[in-house]
Design a protein around this ligand. Structure first.
Ligand code: FES
Length: 107
């Protein structure tokens, strides 16, 4: 699996926080990962409005609220749901193998 292009080990499943996004840094990029019963989601951890780490924000269901100006994003699609953010978050594919979480980064 990890021989396909772009897959990077991110963290172990037991390192993921419950009811919050967990930040990992891969190739210098800050990425947030959330786990739900429906699956795992990874997205850019930096808000598309200004500079704030979404993993420090509030996760409400599958919506995360930016801690700086309270823009909200759908973590399953990356879509910006309200102002002041207007641009979607970049999302990343996630795979779990055993107790390890992998994220696919663009080349
Ligand atoms: S930095 Fe996130 S809403 Fe402004």
């Amino acid at each position: 699996m990890t021989k396909e292009s772009g897959w990077q080990f991110a963290l172990r499943v037991d390192e993921l926080e419950d009811d919050a996004a967990t930040e990992v840094v891969l190739r210098g990029r800050q990425i947030a990962i959330c786990r739900f019963e429906s699956g795992y989601y990874a997205f850019d951890n930096i808000c598309t409005h200004e500079y704030a780490c979404l993993s420090q924000g509030f996760l409400d269901g599958k919506t995360i609220e930016c801690p700086l100006h309270q823009a909200r994003f759908d973590v399953t699609t990356g879509e910006a749901l309200c102002a002041p953010a207007t641009r979607a978050l970049e999302r990343f594919e996630v795979r779990v193998a055993g107790d390890q979480v992998f994220i696919r980064l663009p080349d």
